[in-house]
Each structure stands twice: as C-alpha cells, then as structure tokens.
Write a protein that binds this ligand. Structure first.
Ligand SMILES: [Zn+2]
Length: 284
C-alpha cells in the first residue's frame, strides 16, 4: 500500500519498486555478523532483504520522482544472485494513486547505481531498451554521470549503461553541476561518500523540509555513524557527512526518507545524549 505524507503544500507518496537481497557482509561493511545479525536476520545464503523505496513528490505543477528504482531488465543470473522481486512494481504503485509513468515530468537521482535508476528504462515489445518515463526531464549530477559512463573494475558491477544512456540519447537528461535548486522546492546537495559525487535531495514547502538520504543512510540499521556499507566507495567521508547532516536534521526537524529500509520509510533523527536514533513517522 502506498502511504502519503503532507509536507507543507506538497504531497509525498512512498512508492515501491520491489525488493532484493544483498550479501549481509557487503551491506554491513566492517560490522561483524555476530553484531549485525541481531538487527536483521540473514537468509541461508547470508543475504539480507532490502526494499526499493522510490519517493514521489506532488506539487501543484509537477510530479517529481526521486530514485525511480531497480526496474525489470535483470538477467536470470542477476535475478538469482540478488533474489530480485518485482512486486509491487513502480508502475503498480503509481497506478494505486491514479498515475502512470507518463504523468511523471521530473526525475531526480541521488546516484546512478542500478537499484536506483534501473527503472528509468525498460524493454519495449520488440526487446529494445527505451525510456520508462518518457515525459520526464531526468536531472543527474554531471560528475556522477561521468563516473557512471566510465565504470572501473570495482564499480562496473553497480553501474549499468543501459539504465541511463538510452535516456540521454532520447534527449531526456539534464546534467547539473554542484548544489542546485532543480525546480522550485526541490534542490540537491552533493555529499560524496557512497559514490564520489553522490547527492541528497531536499524537498521544501512552507517551512517544512524532507530529505531523501540515498546512500548516506539506507536503513535504520545503518543509523550508527560507523555502520557503513562494503559498497560505499568512501566510507570515512560518509561518517563525517553523517555527523554534519544529523546535526542539521535535528536542528531543522527534517523528515528523513530512507532508500532501502523494508519497514521504516521516513522519520526524524534524534540524539539521546549518547546515540543517534531514528523516530519513524512513515512505515511501509
Ligand atoms: Zn548505491
């Protein structure tokens, strides 16, 4: 079921695009399994289940989709490795609120990993890869685009060109440089950490602020400062960034939205004098 949250004059819809299973060691980085398995139970292949959590922002003028999701173009082998489940898909959750992919006119992505922008393209009836959101301008960070179109030995398992090159060829991509207001009320701020040019996305209306944290904190299980992922390219940067962002989030009472949490979709960051906590406001 798609949950809704009113942020000032905007409506936030917490969409779905299925789920996948990620190696628990990769997901928890240097945290030992004896510790992390108290937070989340792995399957027999040592994988943990993560949801794909796209966010739709409805303003008077726009339907803005943040991190559309993993999509449906995986090979049989990838489906097995990642235990991909497509239900409920992006299309199904949009339909639930009376929208189709054609109603989306703005897309903003934190970064270009396959589980965030795979849904930007799809197979058509002839098996060609085409844009899914054909009426949307897709705003990507320029340096992230450069990295994603020139993957190295480490990043080539996460950056798949078929997820974004066809949208560029269709003339639907606008590359932005640095911290910017993309459209009124929606802005990006570069954080680095998860990828070198990863950005978080702010939604502001009537004095209220929500922020989509992307790979900075993907789930409540990663709220502790050193709980970074093995997939993070610059984990020490993430730790520093978290300290700064948590402070701002508390001072300005941000609604923090989580990209992969199977249960907690959004909430407030709190500090109890010793540890940071996540006070959930919206569940799956
Ligand atoms: Zn990522």
């Amino acid at each position: 079921m798609v949950k809704k949250y009113q942020l000032g004059n905007y409506e936030l819809f917490f969409l779905h695009d299925g789920s996948f299973w990620l190696d628990g060691g990769g997901y928890f980085g240097v945290v030992p399994k004896v510790i992390w398995q108290k937070l989340i139970q792995p399957d027999e292949l040592n994988r943990v289940k993560l949801n794909i959590n796209p966010l739709l922002v409805r303003t008077l003028d726009h339907n803005i989709l943040i991190d559309p999701g993993q999509g449906n173009k995986f090979t049989e082998k990838q489906k097995q490795i990642f235990g991909i489940n497509y239900e409920p898909s992006l299309e199904q959750s949009l339909a639930e609120i009376g929208l189709t992919p054609d109603d989306i006119d703005v897309v903003v992505a934190t970064h270009l990993h396959f589980d965030h922008v795979g849904a930007c393209t799809k197979f058509d009836e002839s098996g060609n890869i085409v844009p899914t959101l054909k009426n949307a301008v897709h705003y990507f960070q320029k340096n992230e685009w450069e990295d994603a179109t020139h993957p190295n030995e480490r990043t080539k398992g996460t950056y798949f060109l078929e997820n974004y090159v066809p949208i560029m060829e269709a003339g639907l991509v606008k590359l932005i440089e640095g911290n910017k207001e993309v459209i009124p009320g929606i802005s990006v701020e570069i954080t680095g950490g998860h990828t070198k040019h990863h950005q978080i996305i702010f939604i502001k209306s009537e004095g209220e602020t929500a922020v989509y944290f992307g790979g900075i904190v993907s789930a409540v299980t990663h709220i502790k400062i050193p709980y970074t992922m093995g997939f993070d390219l610059y984990p020490v940067e993430i730790m520093e960034k978290r300290k700064e962002l948590y402070q701002r989030a508390i001072e300005e009472n941000w609604l923090v939205c989580l990209e992969h949490d199977p249960i907690n979709r959004a909430g407030n960051i709190k500090f109890d004098g010793r540890n940071y906590q996540f006070e959930t406001k919206v569940t799956t």
